[in-house]
Structures are given as C-alpha cells and as structure tokens.
Design a protein around this ligand. Structure first.
Ligand code: ATP
Length: 445
C-alpha cells in the first residue's frame, strides 16, 4: 500500500522536524531500534502515562501503584519461564548476513534446505536452519563478569508486580480482588524490529495485574477487556481503527487461559498494542515453587486458602503514543492551502495553547506576555511572536496545539483576546482574565 507507507514517511519526518521523536545517538549513525522523545514527544507520552495512572490507580479503590526496579534476582526469570522460553526461532542468510524470524512470510521454501530463498538478496540455499535466540538483555552485577554475576534487564514489568504481591497486599490492607499497577521500562533484544517506534529494543509498559479468586477470573477478564477498550475510545482514537483479536489455541502462551490483543489499524496494517490476558495462577505458583515462600491468600471471610488467578492488562506507552500519532495525523485544504494537523485529543496534546501578539508593537507583546505567564502556571503553553499569524497557526497545527490565543489591537483596549480552535478554525473572543477557566473547561476530557 504505497499511499499508506507514504503516511508513515511523513509522520517520521514530522516527528523529527517538530521534536516528537529522534533516532537514538543520531550523530553516531543511530542505534538500531532505539528512539528518543523530543520536547513535544515527551509531553505526549507523559500525558498518556498520567492518564493511564489516573484511571487505573487514582480513580479505583481496588488498585495500588508500584515502581519496582528494572534489575531483579535472576531466579525471577527462571520462574517466569523467560530463560527457557523467551526465544524466537531465527534464520540467517549466510550470503547477505541478514537475519529473519523463521516465520517471516517473505521466506520461500524451508530454511536449512537447498530450496529456501533469501527474501533480501534472493540467494538460494543460503538460509540456515532456525536457531533459538533469547530476547533478554544480559549484563553483570558487581566487578566480575562471570556466570554467577549475570543479571537481566527486565523484558516486562509484570514480574516486579508478582514478586511484590504479598508486600503490597499486606501494606495496603487490600483484599482480593485487587490489582497492582506499574509503569516502567522494559527491554527486549528484538530481532525484527522496525516500523518506527512500533517494535523497539527499549520501551515502556503500563501494566496492571488484577488478583482474583479462581472461578471469578472469567468475569474479571470480560470486565477488564471492556474497560480497556473504553479507555482507548476516551483517548479519541477512531473506533473503526480499533478491534480485538482473540488468541487461537496455537497463539496462546503456555500459561494463558485466554488472551485478547487490542489492535489498531496502523498505516502498515492491523497490529497489537495492548494485551489482556488471563494468566491463571501460573505466575504466583511458579514464584512460590522457585522461591520456597508461600504466596497463598487466606480469605478472611471463608478461611479458604488459594493462589489467586491473575487478569493482566499490558499496554506499551510508546506503542500507544504511536497509535495516537498515526490516528491524529491528517492533511487538509484550508483556504486554498494544504495544512498538516495533529488532531490530538486536547487532554493529551503536548501543548494546550499558544499565545501570539498579532504584531510586536502597540502594547500587544506586553499584554501577550502577561497572559502567557498567567497561563503557564496552569498548562503547558507556548509563546510565539515570529512570522505571520497564519504561519504561527500552521506551526501549532503541526504540533497538535488545540488552541491559539491572539492578542490584537482590540485586546489592548478591552482586555479580550481571540481563541482559535485548531479543528473548526472558529475564533471566539474571550476576556483575558477568564482564559484559565475557559481553557480548563475545554481540557477536561
Ligand atoms: P509482540 O507480539 O508485538 O512482540 P507481545 O505479544 O510480545 O508483542 P506483550 O509481551 O504482551 O507483547 O507486551 C505487551 C505490550 O507491550 C504490547 O502490546 C506492546 O504495546 C508493548 N511491547 C511489547 N514489545 C514491545 C517492543 N519491542 N517495542 C515496543 N512495545 C512493545
């Protein structure tokens, strides 16, 4: 689909030009599939993380927050199954040295056999048989680089939650059902990364593990599935671009009882950006077995003991930011000119408003500055006094700033300003001293 590839190219270029996303270590030629967030990108991602935290932790009495360390005891990854199972079968081309997932649909023939054809250089018989490759990044703790000192950069945040489940339960005096939420970095040495920030080697996850009594897991699974879809609707993502995909028997992870991917239709096709999983009692049972510590729950009402089941919601902060950027990008013709607009929901837009003096004289810059100083105590706002007012509006359209506030000749006389809406282009006059509450109402979403 050339037209859609084009959209990705334009988005990547806008992301760099306007300071959403930069390639990591770009002056050294970049580091494969690692990205940095610039001034606008960091605000967008922070707003998404805060919104998730508010809906998961602050707005719910039955979920507690946690911030576990990235480095964990290596036994955690034995118990979780990551050391044995967190592998992708890979195929190398001995001729062009490219590496592929064994299930890469572009590979023709059987890797390892003479008929197999490399999808990049087209050579025949040069593909190796599939080999397993562990996706965890390994490093060493302490001064000696030896096997006994190996630690891993966590490939998911969930395990930090499982190993703290009893600590949180006791400290918070919660009762089952209850959940633990966490936002944090995860690392995977992905073999086939790409598509901009879609699959990266360092990323952030927003995960919530909900601990329930066995037998009630089906209901809670349905509950969380519905909640998560609603959350994405609330971000303003187009509904027709969102869908669930239920894992088939072949796709289900060994520990999972049921699993759904929440998918978005990216310009490069439908792909997962959140998983809702019924993980049964697999994780806690394994940690009980490997640590030798009892992780059972004693139901205070019935005196029953059991290992809770876990319903997990796991969404990538970076992937959600990519969904939001893809969904927001649009080109349109306004007054005979093409404009590029990032139509973010105002509540997650990096900048909430920009303040412009119409011209740099006659008291307008002084008043505009005063208004800007007042607003910046409440919202992330931007001041711009360079170029024509049309150009200044266009720059903010590209940044996705929902409101443009212009101080003109009338403002100096009566204290009112115009507020331009990014999407409708309508302008309304508002008293300068009412701007904080005016914008505050509009941004409550
Ligand atoms: P995939 O099949 O895309 O590799 P996964 O099924 O392994 O993903 P999970 O382990 O369920 O993904 O992780 C939950 C979420 O974490 C994903 O939906 C995604 O948003 C995010 N995520 C996982 N791996 C990456 C990555 N390499 N880069 C960016 N985000 C990721």
């Amino acid at each position: 689909m050339p037209a859609d590839n084009n959209v990705m190219e334009k988005l990547v270029s806008l992301a760099k030009r306007r300071g959403f996303v930069f390639q990591s270590s770009e002056i050294y030629g970049g580091l494969g599939s690692v990205w940095d967030y610039g001034p606008l990108g960091v605000e967008l991602k922070k707003n998404l993380k805060e919104r998730w935290w508010r809906s998961m932790v602050h707005e719910r009495e039955d979920i507690e927050g946690l911030d576990a360390a990235i480095l964990m005891h290596p036994k955690v990854w034995e118990a979780s199954g990551h050391i044995a199972g967190f592998t992708d079968p890979l195929v190398d081309c001995k001729h062009c040295k490219n590496r592929f997932r064994a299930d890469d649909p572009r590979i023709k023939g059987t890797p390892g056999e003479p008929d197999a054809q490399c999808p990049v250089c087209g050579s025949r018989g040069t593909l190796t048989a599939p080999r397993l490759f562990n996706l965890m990044f390994k490093t060493f703790m302490g001064p000696v680089e030896e096997q006994a000192a190996v630690v891993y950069l966590r490939p998911e945040t969930a395990q930090g939650i499982y190993v703290n489940y009893l600590n949180v339960l006791q400290a918070s005096r919660q009762k089952i059902p209850f959940g633990i939420a966490q936002v944090g970095k995860a690392f995977r040495n992905e073999i086939t990364p790409g598509n901009f920030t879609f699959r990266t080697r360092e990323f952030e996850q927003m995960e919530m593990q909900f601990f329930v009594k066995p037998g009630t897991d089906g209901e809670w699974f349905e509950f969380w599935k519905a909640q998560r879809m609603e959350w994405h609707y609330g971000l303003g993502i187009r509904r027709e671009k969102l869908r669930f995909h239920q894992h088939t028997k072949e796709e289900l992870a060994h520990y999972a009882k049921d699993a759904y991917d929440l998918e978005y239709e990216f310009p490069f096709g439908w792909h997962e950006f959140e998983g809702v999983h019924n993980r049964s009692d697999f994780d806690l049972s394994r940690h009980q077995q490997f640590s030798g510590k009892k992780l059972e729950y004693l139901d205070p009402a019935t005196k029953e003991r059991f290992i809770p089941y876990v319903v997990e919601t796991s969404v990538g902060a970076d992937r959600t930011a990519l969904v939001v950027m893809c969904d927001a990008y649009r080109e349109e013709t306004v007054e005979g000119e093409t404009r590029v607009v990032m139509g973010f929901n105002p509540a997650i837009a990096p900048l909430k408003a920009a303040v412009f003096p119409l011209v740099n004289k006659d008291g307008m810059p002084e008043l505009a500055r005063r208004i800007f100083d007042d607003l910046r105590r409440h919202f992330n706002v931007f001041y711009d006094d360079s170029g024509s007012i049309g150009r200044r509006y266009r720059r903010q359209d590209e940044a996705g700033t929902p409101y443009g506030i212009t101080v003109d000749g009338q403002s100096v006389g009566d204290g009112t300003v115009t507020v331009r809406d990014r999407d409708t282009l309508l302008q309304e006059r508002v008293a300068g001293d009412r701007l904080v509450s005016h914008l505050g109402d509009k941004l409550k979403m």
